[in-house]
Design a protein. Structure first.
Lengths: 185, 185, 185, 185
């Protein structure tokens, strides 16, 4: 049980959105959950992505692996507020993320416990995740459960070494993100 | 209780996905639901949208109004299967919809009971909906709860008359769709 | 003849890209030109577009009208450099535009002298323009040929009054941009 | 000199659009040209891309290599008409391509003679190309300069073998396309 679930968005009332692990487990056995994924990136003055930030943390399958920022959208929470909340939770309060003006994610990720359904795996539940690339301009310090935050060039991010540190399709999601911003090697 | 909820997708096991109204009501008071919206369109041989199809049906607020095809994504159901299921449910089995190859929706619609949160309203629950424009090439016959299906040119679809027949932000969603395909008047 | 045409991008050699009006006129009678359109916007801390910036200037048809930032892509110039060059030319050197990380424009605008081809008109030539929404964070001061720069809310930007001050399909392009960022009223 | 250049689109007058090689060479030394790239794909009944079609032809650098459908947009020609013209020219008259309803390409490709500018190379000129994924439903027979047309699964298309048969960044463009439609391995 993490304390992050009870941090509501600034603009909607999510005060009743916190759920006990038992309640969430019961719900997630019956409906898909709404998630967001965010790939924090550094951009140069022309907007070109130069680095992507990956967290080192305990994955949902128990392994230690490189991951994007990810988390659940709460009841009554706007997508933008969920993005900001999870980015602040994982990167600290002065990361200065710039949420894109358009609401459209760069892709939709469908996570299933069964690895053969979509290639994106979450052993805990079926989740539909809206995935965004989010430029950050401030200082990022891994917080809470994250063990580390490291920045990689696009070439490093798709290297065998870094891909070997990711599970559940996270390496593939990063390639989709790099392709969207035109810097997939 | 509609019979549509227990029609599973072809590629995933949604046999346990049907939920009683009481259970769904309880869940939807605690988490946002995953929905899809689809605007059926006719295109010419160059791919240009010439007409949009709107259903006449009883809206979630009880009024009779023009609507897009819309519905819930079931537990263990892929987004594509949910789209096909709802399109077949509302347009009949020979509508021949062509689901786009890209998984990215043209926009994300956040429905809330409170009309002042996002401008998109569903009095029943908080839903996050992935919205797609779907060309259909076969015969469309309104089925189940739909009273009628009518085709409108882009000019007609944004006219005061047709907009006056829509509620809950559906008229705005159609303008976003028409803009995406470049034919917003 | 403006001096802006010979300002090259930082990363490519466009030193030979300046063309005399006669040469450009001859070329533009034979091939479509590559253009960029940029709608400068103000966003709030959650990334939501709150205002759009429109220039008041002499349009290509001789009228004084509200316009987006727009201009030609030079020989050997990258799209990003063309965007920055035209934004600086029209908004001044401290507008601090943030070019989006993705290279994909929100729409493609096809300008023709004939107003009935696409609805987007440029009496001088056939141009294919890549259109972007660009958040700006600094001070904007209209420069060169622009008579004024004014900021409008989305509601004001689509009002009859402001639409009446635009020609050549610019009002429609703004509606497409507002739809893309989810704030079309 | 190919005969394809004087086939005009159905809706605009491109009768004067044919240019002699000398004229085109002179123009392309002074302005970027407008191009389209199209990746023909086969999709299943749910819209998932199962195969991509690649032409075997003499590349602009003189080598024989696998390529997408590609070509110039003529003066007074609409983008959609250019796409159809080039698809018919390369895949034959009964390929039955379905041009997407949205005008937005999945990416913008900037071709330069210098391979170090963008990674996309055309030794003949600077071109700005709008790139589309186009499902085709009919019989495809390579025509004109194409030596062969072969269909590859996404896994095959990104294999070292097939990538080794491509030059000028075409292999990277295919990965960007596969990422856009969610099937990049």
């Amino acid at each position: 049980m993490t304390s992050s679930d009870d941090l509501g968005g600034a603009f909607t009332d999510t005060s009743t959105a916190w759920l006990s692990p038992e309640t969430l487990e019961s719900i997630s056995a019956q409906v898909p959950l709404v998630y967001v994924d965010a790939l924090p990136v550094r951009v140069d003055e022309r907007g070109v992505v130069t680095h992507v930030g990956l967290l080192l943390r305990v994955a949902s399958d128990g392994s230690i692996s490189r991951q994007l920022v990810s988390g659940r959208v709460l009841f009554n929470e706007r997508i933008r507020d969920a993005l900001i909340r999870h980015l602040e939770k994982d990167l600290g309060p002065v990361a200065l993320p710039r949420i894109p003006p358009e609401p459209t994610p760069f892709t939709i990720v469908e996570y299933f416990p069964d690895e053969f359904v979509s290639g994106f795996v979450d052993p805990r539940h079926h989740a539909v995740s809206l995935a965004y690339v989010v430029p950050v301009f401030g200082d990022c310090t891994p917080t809470q459960e994250a063990l580390d935050l490291a920045w990689f060039t696009p070439e490093e991010a798709v290297s065998d070494r870094v891909r070997g540190e990711m599970t559940g399709g996270q390496d593939r999601l990063i390639r989709l993100a790099l392709a969207h911003v035109g810097v997939l090697p």
